[in-house]
Design a protein around this ligand. Structure first.
Ligand code: G16
Length: 541
């Protein structure tokens, strides 16, 4: 073991999901080492512990893993379980942490952000329950980064990550595992693989866009090799360090080719995509895009069709900016329903306590208590199971759903790379005028309430404030504004727009049209165009 003197590096503060920075920042001397040491200090050291380690394969993934292995071995860790070639999807890492009852895991990913030496990299620590570090641990890691004076590592040649099986580093045992096998077995336990296989054998056609990212090997093994989907169902299935130069974010903007395929006359029956690290998903039927909020609601309504959920759901949870579509299903079916801040880490206590077994977010994340992360392929398999069990198309499932529960029209507008000072002032000024808003009529909508979301965790009692500004209008309309916690450049202002429609004759409008008044109200209240100088958002999803 060698001890290297260091000094705190400013700003090593985790955002919504771990530390995300430009790759070149992570490659600066001591940047990665400082953060790893801060994690190890925050969790009481590495001695005697076993960690899962893997990432989404982006540029610098393998180098970062070697650094983690050296530091863990030098500091007395017992064992490490590493995905072959350093690859593990985020949900597969969560599963391995739980399956092997380890002390947690290091996941290397900046999720849906682009990869490459000039793009983004990230690192997060997951807890022994398989879920992202809680707020308390995250805060402790940050505190450690501010007081660090040294870190411990060792000198050693690089560990061979390409060969499966046992190896070691110093006294630490290392197992290099197939990244896919255990995860695929878990999916087989949860879903009716025979029914889904029959669907494909009957000529059902699907297009899955892995976006040159981590889900390629998982989707190929499960969909094509196990469920008999035709070869070529999985597109862009080889993970690349720069994701082919793309933006591996599964939404209609960044998965444009898939959207074009699905909107064409000869479209397949079903389309789906997943993101850089495999925890996000996009669901699209022939001519029918499903918003993440609607997907969550449909899954809540139909999950009992999958064998792993046959007993029904105890409860559901959604992040605050996610639409209330799932709340309507929960109310109708008598399930518990929870509203949490943005970030999967806030679902952990509810899942561990058995209060909920389905969670979802507007940011294309859906998952259940099978792991403690959102899970892209899980959502895709759930939809396939629902389609196989109901015999309905995606479009028909959506129509039925809206007729039963009403439709929560929904859209998110993102203003990216805004000057941070301008974005912060916009939010500060909006916060200051919240008390004056109720009763005012803006763009024809009357404000019924306005506040800044704060959360009291019903399980561990922790309090989290400053989680987004919400303005509620009469008749089920709402605007939420918050600043993204996952960007690496300036600030991203997210504007979440929603309106409930219960008139059966108005369930099939274009969302932007249906939300026109809400969009106008948001712009007037927050003065977005004036303050940012942007006439329109950069991304609408
Ligand atoms: C992360 C979190 C999600 C969150 C999303 C968006 O997703 O895990 O819980 O909803 O960021 O966060 P923000 O609006 O702050 O950018 P991922 O897929 O990037 O890990």
């Amino acid at each position: 073991m060698i001890t290297i003197e260091t000094a705190p590096i400013a700003g090593q503060k985790a955002g919504t999901s771990g530390l995300r920075r430009k790759t070149r920042d992570f490659m600066e001397p001591r940047f990665l080492e400082n953060y790893i040491q801060s994690i190890l200090n925050a969790i009481g050291g590495a001695k005697g512990k076993t960690f899962v380690i893997g990432g989404d394969g982006r540029y610098f993934n393998a180098d970062a893993i070697q650094t983690i292995l050296r530091m863990a071995a030098a500091q007395g860790a017992d064992a490490a379980i590493v995905g072959q070639n350093g690859l593990l999807s985020t949900p597969a890492a969560s599963h391995l942490i739980r399956l092997n009852k380890t002390d947690g895991g290091f996941i290397l990913s900046a999720s849906h952000n682009p990869g490459g030496i000039d793009e983004d990299f990230g690192l997060k620590f997951n807890m022994p329950n398989g879920g992202p570090a809680t707020e308390a641990v995250t805060n402790e890691i940050f505190a450690q980064t501010q007081n660090l004076t040294s870190y411990q590592t060792m000198e050693s040649p690089a560990v061979d990550l390409a060969t499966r099986g046992q190896t070691s580093l110093g006294d630490m045992a290392i197992t290099i595992v197939d990244p896919v096998a255990d995860y695929a077995a878990l999916m087989q336990d949860l879903f009716d693989f025979d029914a889904i296989r029959s669907l494909f054998e009957g000529g059902f056609r699907m297009a899955f866009d892995a976006m040159h990212a981590i889900t390629g090997p998982y989707a190929t093994t499960i969909l094509e090799d196990t469920l008999a989907a035709p070869k070529g169902t999985v597109r862009n299935g080889i993970p690349l360090p720069d994701f082919g130069g793309g933006h591996p974010d599964p939404n209609p903007i960044w998965a444009k080719e898939l959207m074009q395929t699905m909107m064409a006359d000869d479209a397949p029956d079903f389309g789906a995509a997943s993101d850089g690290d495999g925890d996000r998903n996009m669901i699209v039927g022939r001519g029918a895009y499903v918003t993440p909020s609607d997907s969550l609601a449909v899954i809540a309504a139909h999950a009992h069709r999958a064998p792993g959920y046959a007993k029904g759901l105890a409860g559901v949870a959604r992040s605050m900016p996610t639409s209330a579509a799932v709340d309507r299903v929960a109310a109708a079916k008598g399930m518990g329903c929870f509203e949490t801040p943005t970030g999967w880490k806030f679902f952990g206590t509810l899942l561990d306590a058995g209060k909920v077994n389905l969670c979802g977010e507007e940011s294309a994340g859906t998952g259940s208590d099978h792991v403690r992360e959102k899970d892209g392929l899980w959502a895709v398999l759930m939809w396939l199971n629902i389609i196989a069990s109901t015999g309905q198309s995606v479009a028909d499932l959506m129509t039925d759903h809206w007729q039963t529960y009403g439709r929560n029209y929904y859209s998110r507008h993102d203003y990216e790379a805004v000057d941070s000072a301008i974005a912060n002032t916009l939010m500060d000024d909006l916060r200051a005028k919240l008390p004056t808003l109720p009763g005012q009529t803006v763009a024809g909508l009357t404000v019924s309430g306005a506040d800044e979301f704060a959360y009291d965790d019903p399980v561990d009692g922790s309090h989290t404030s400053g989680q987004g500004i919400r303005v509620m209008f009469d008749a089920g309309a709402r605007v939420v504004l918050r600043l993204s916690g996952t960007g690496t450049q300036g600030a991203t202002i997210r504007v979440y727009l929603e309106r409930l429609e219960e008139d059966p004759g108005k369930l099939h409008q274009d969302a932007e049209t249906a939300l026109a008044d809400v969009i106008n109200a948001a712009n007037q209240i927050a003065e977005i165009a004036d303050r940012t100088g942007r006439a329109a958002p950069d991304v609408k999803t």
